[in-house]
Design a protein around this ligand. Structure first.
Ligand code: B12
Length: 214
């Protein structure tokens, strides 16, 4: 089994969609590892490694995109299983990657984890403007707005979204969570967000506590 999951790691790293899907299906039917373990121990690790190789110039954008495709294929299989049995509807989340930023793997992982754990998720996609966040939160009566950013140049746009939420009169009705590789706790506090977490599991735990404190 361990070997199989190593194959999954390699498949994502090498950008092989077919292999990634095949191995993930096997891992699911075998049942020895939880979806969270498979995602965090192997899939996210493979993305970190491809990211490292990209940073040092060993691989290029097409390699990244192939890995992204393989990661997505595997994730689609795990999505319905991510939180086990869901017993109650917990709340509504509006989520998006902020304006100027096209990275969506981490954001989609967070969205899938929320969905799997009983939240209703309105996924606005990438390159999302402050107006779009605010309008969606109003339309869907969101409990939480989640913003993702992977670029140091786009993370500052999160502050603009928070200002727009305040101007719209929504601030006391929604909780705001932020995340993405360059974001951290002190940045989240500085821009006036309610919470930051470094990964999708922690995001769901944090969101539950924010909602119960509402
Ligand atoms: C894949 C990738 C791409 C893909 C994106 C494909 C896609 N559909 O997402 C492509 C090739 C398109 C791309 C393009 C670019 N990229 Co890029 N990319 C990456 C890479 C390798 C991996 C990102 C990733 O998917 N990680 C895996 C996921 C699972 O992790 P994650 O996103 O961090 O998400 C987790 C947490 O952060 C958290 N989280 C995420 N969002 C949220 C939200 C909330 C609310 C919460 C609570 C938590 C949370 O939970 C997630 C799951 O645990 C990173 C390198 C890296 N190490 O991060 C560079 C990286 C982010 N890219 C970078 C750059 C520079 C670019 C480009 C500008 C140009 C370029 N040279 O390629 C363009 C920008 C395009 C744009 N306008 O957005 C830089 C950013 C540097 C910086 N400091 O700003 C990085 C760091 C690489 C580098 N060092 O050069 N990229």
């Amino acid at each position: 089994m361990e070997n199989n999951l190593q194959t999954l790691y390699d498949a994502i790293l090498n950008g092989s969609l077919e292999k990634a899907v095949e191995v993930t299906k096997e891992a699911v039917s075998n049942g020895e590892h939880s979806p969270n373990e498979i995602i965090n121990q192997y899939m996210v690790k493979a993305m970190e490694e491809i990211g490292r190789r990209f940073e040092v110039g060993e691989v290029f954008v097409p390699n990244l995109l192939m890995s992204v495709r393989a990661m997505r294929g595997a994730l689609d299989i795990l999505k319905p299983l991510m939180c086990g049995q869901v017993d109650a509807y917990i709340g509504k989340v509006v989520i998006g990657t902020v304006k100027g930023d096209l990275h969506d793997i981490g954001k989609n992982l967070v969205a899938s984890m929320f969905e799997g754990c009983g939240f209703e998720v309105i996924n606005l996609g990438v390159d999302v403007s402050s107006d779009k966040f605010v309008n969606a939160a109003i339309e869907h009566q969101a409990d939480i707005i989640c913003m993702s950013a992977l670029l140091t140049t786009t993370m500052n746009y999160m502050k603009e979204v928070i200002v727009a939420i305040e101007k719209s009169g929504l601030r006391d009705k929604v909780k705001i969570m932020v995340g993405g590789a360059p974001v951290n706790d002190s940045f989240a506090k500085a821009i006036g967000a309610d919470a930051y977490t470094s990964n999708a599991n922690a995001a769901v735990i944090k969101a539950k506590s924010l909602i119960s404190a509402k």
